[in-house]
Design a binder for this molecule. Structure first.
Ligand SMILES: [Zn+2]
Length: 206
């Protein structure tokens, strides 16, 4: 086990967040230190964090690196020092938390991916709703405005559940989103829309 892995195994994200001054609620939510966040929108799971507001995400080392503007290596050193982990004398195997079951680990990665795609989509819909609001009652409705009206509430609802619901419910949502390649399709669409937008911006700038 590498030193980085050792630290990630021993120090849980909510524990580190609380230690460095974040107010972590019992359901693992905290105000995000990386954007102006008045209502807790950062979810702290045992092994990773995800901010619903700004998309900040990572493991315990990433969190500390960003909080204190450190390199990963320095952040790992800081964690080792603050949590009394001696890299030369790793704790006995029995004292370590059991390694995560591979299935659970794969599920968690999938959950983070779903949440990231949903949040990206949500932000896009929000901007469409503003940008493409009809100016007069006679205007033909823009497809993007229609999609935003139809989808916004539902996507927000799904993202909220993925952040705050019990594991059992989250597993069901992730399953549902993966059925028929739904989330992959959405991910690809967002990617190509992002590329289009960049092209438009370049053309406008030229
Ligand atoms: Zn944030």
């Amino acid at each position: 086990m590498t030193w980085f892995e050792l630290i990630k195994q021993v120090v849980r994200v909510p524990e580190a967040a609380a230690y460095y001054g974040l107010q972590v609620s019992r359901n693992g939510m905290a105000c995000c230190p990386f954007h102006d966040d008045r209502h807790p929108s950062m979810k702290l799971n045992e092994r990773y964090f995800y901010c619903f507001g700004c998309g900040a995400t990572g493991d315990v080392i990433d969190l500390v690196a960003r909080l204190f503007d450190l390199s990963s290596y320095e952040a790992a050193q800081k964690l080792a020092q603050d949590f009394g982990i001696d890299p030369d004398k790793p704790p006995a195997a029995a004292a370590l938390p059991k390694p995560e079951r591979p299935l659970l680990k794969a599920y968690r990665q999938e959950e983070v991916r779903c949440l990231r795609v949903l949040c990206d989509y949500l932000h896009l819909l929000e901007s469409w709703k503003v940008q493409h609001t009809p100016k007069t009652p006679e205007d033909v409705l823009d497809d993007r405005f229609v999609e935003a009206c139809q989808m916004l509430d539902y996507v927000e609802y799904l993202a909220d559940l993925l952040i705050a619901a019990e594991l059992e419910q989250r597993v069901k949502i992730v399953e549902m989103l993966n059925k028929d390649g739904l989330i992959t399709g959405l991910e690809e669409r967002l990617e190509s829309l992002g590329k289009e937008e960049q092209r438009d911006e370049k053309e406008q700038a030229a």
